[in-house]
Design a binder for this molecule. Structure first.
Ligand SMILES: Cc1cc2nc3c(=O)[nH]c(=O)nc-3n(C[C@H](O)[C@H](O)[C@H](O)COP(=O)(O)OP(=O)(O)OC[C@H]3O[C@@H](n4cnc5c(N)ncnc54)[C@H](O)[C@@H]3O)c2cc1C
Length: 486
């Protein structure tokens, strides 16, 4: 049994960021990052469908401490290269244990520590660790398989059904008819990447999505580079510029949704042929930003539609059959391959079995402290990023908070911390993790009952508001009675 001050679970963009912050802000702490896969990167390692790329700009999806020097939207391979540099430059490779899959985590108040158990994937050996503090960076969706609805007659389809999250190596789609079900960010990526090779690609959506077509370049970054400004400065200036514009956009989406909607639809219209049915295929039924916006670099998906290589169909599936799918309208779509770009299975804390003092933890019974700690669960933090801003912005903010908290605990001579409702919090209304009127993608709606609950104050919810949290987090009073130390 090895013991560490801190165990980090997961070596995706969150876990590697956690490692960097621990190393730089808590240099005396011992820690390792336990990663179930054979390498780092998480989302960017596992997703292997054609064209896989970010839909956030890398100036903000990159860490604040490591300049991004490429085009704003990056491929998975470019993101992995960037992470590799972070790992190498900071010698984090010595801290990551690959093929270490964790199944259970158990806290003992008498020992004041966590025991983590799991399996080494390469040798099948059991593994056990103890740690004072647990930093969960295992993401927010089931890594093993994506979400596929249970459609009638699926088993009768004679072609191939593939979920993009588990893309089979060497899938041959050349000169084939392909049907993509769903119209989110994955579809916006996959369609332009495949359209040139398959015979035809049809996108079937139940309802439309908002897209933001824009050029994949930053004029500001390019200009600053021409002036030979230092890359550290460019990174900071471009981040601030993007975040300033995003804040404006988010505010306007709430205050003036109709005008934002019109702007977004005009952006799409500019790429499509005169008379194209935008109302049916590209006019969503929700307010801009109630679901994640799909960024489309250089309008590439629309160019495929305009060139006749891709077709949009807005309808519902009645049933699968041998040759394809029959729609509720009565139309039949025949196809060779069906791609179910239908989203994730959200999972709470990696489906790891959590126990506190011998009692199983159901996170749906807990209330979250700022979307990162949980009532009744000591010495544990989870990184759950932003939906409307880059995930990694929160990795840096939580990184600062955790390190400040750990250093404060050392100075105060205490071994554990747990958030607890204060007297003034006890009567507050408690509701689900996020207000569905605020943000409501289907994968969240499907799994809301599994997530921790929230109160009606910023302390007791994941506000999804980077712009408030960037000011509030550094000012969190660690002596506030919300923190119960022992
Ligand atoms: C295709 C796709 C594109 C996306 N694009 C963007 C984007 O452009 N911008 C944005 O902000 N967000 C985006 N997201 C959201 C994205 O998931 C996050 O931004 C981010 O990459 C998540 O990083 P993470 O490290 O928290 O989790 P993950 O990337 O999910 O990594 C978690 C890691 O933990 C490991 N792990 C999990 N459970 C265990 C366990 N029990 N034991 C050991 N190891 C474990 C996993 O193997 C994995 O390596 C995208 C998501 C997807 C799926």
């Amino acid at each position: 049994m090895e013991h560490f001050d801190v165990l980090v679970v997961g070596a995706g963009i969150s876990g590697v960021g956690a490692g960097y912050h621990l190393q730089t802000q808590c240099p005396d702490k011992t820690f390792v990052i336990l990663e179930g896969l054979e390498s780092f990167g998480g989302t960017w390692l596992m997703h292997r469908y054609p064209g896989i790329r970010s839909d956030s700009d890398l100036y903000t999806f990159g860490y604040r401490f490591k300049p991004w020097t490429g085009a704003p939207i990056a491929t998975a391979a470019e993101i992995l290269d960037y992470m590799q540099e972070v790992i190498e430059e900071n010698s984090l490779d010595q801290r990551i244990r690959y093929q270490h899959w964790i199944d259970s985590a158990s806290w003992s108040s008498s020992e004041q520590c966590w025991t983590l158990s799991g399996t080494r994937k390469d040798t099948n050996e059991p593994i056990n660790f103890t740690a004072n503090f647990l930093w969960m960076c295992q993401g927010y969706y089931k890594h093993a398989e994506g979400y596929t609805p249970d459609w009638q007659g699926m088993e009768s389809f004679r072609g191939q059904i593939v979920h993009p999250q588990t893309w089979p190596e060497g899938l041959d789609y050349r000169d084939k008819q392909v049907l993509v079900i769903g119209s989110g960010a994955t579809t916006a990526t996959i369609v332009p990447a495949m359209a040139g090779d398959c015979e035809h690609i049809t996108v079937l959506q139940r309802s439309p999505t908002y897209f933001i077509p824009a050029r994949n370049e930053s004029e500001l970054a390019d200009h600053l580079r021409r002036l030979e400004i230092d890359e550290n400065w460019i990174h900071e200036i471009v981040r601030r510029d993007i975040l300033f514009n995003q804040e404006e956009f988010t505010r306007r989406s709430v205050e003036a949704p109709e005008s934002v909607k019109e702007e977004l639809l005009n952006g799409v219209k500019a790429y499509l042929p005169e008379g194209y049915d935008i109302d049916t295929h590209f006019t969503p039924r929700y307010r801009p930003w109630q679901q994640r916006l799909a960024f489309v670099p250089d309008g590439d998906i629309f160019k495929g539609i305009a060139a006749g290589k891709a077709t949009m169909v807005t309808d519902e599936i009645e049933a699968f059959n041998e040759t394809g799918v029959r729609l509720k309208s009565g139309r039949q779509i025949d196809t060779d391959i069906i791609l179910t770009a239908t989203g994730f299975n959200l999972c709470v804390l990696g489906d790891i079995d959590f126990m506190v003092d011998g009692k199983s933890v159901d996170f749906a019974d807990t209330i979250t402290y700022r979307g990162m700690m949980f009532t009744g669960v000591p010495n544990m933090v989870w990184i759950f990023g932003y939906f409307r801003a880059s995930w990694t912005l929160r990795v840096d903010l939580i990184g600062d908070f955790v390190c400040r908290l750990l250093n404060h605990m050392d100075q105060s001579g205490v071994a554990s911390v747990m958030p607890e409702l204060r007297r003034q919090d006890r009567d507050m209304p408690i509701s689900c993790w996020i207000d569905p009127d605020n943000f409501n993608p289907n994968y969240l709606k499907r799994s809301m009952h599994k997530l921790p609950r929230r109160g009606d104050k910023p302390e007791w919810q994941h506000t999804q508001d980077y712009w408030a949290e960037k000011t509030d987090f550094p000012l969190i009073d660690l002596e506030d009675p919300v923190f119960k130390y022992r």
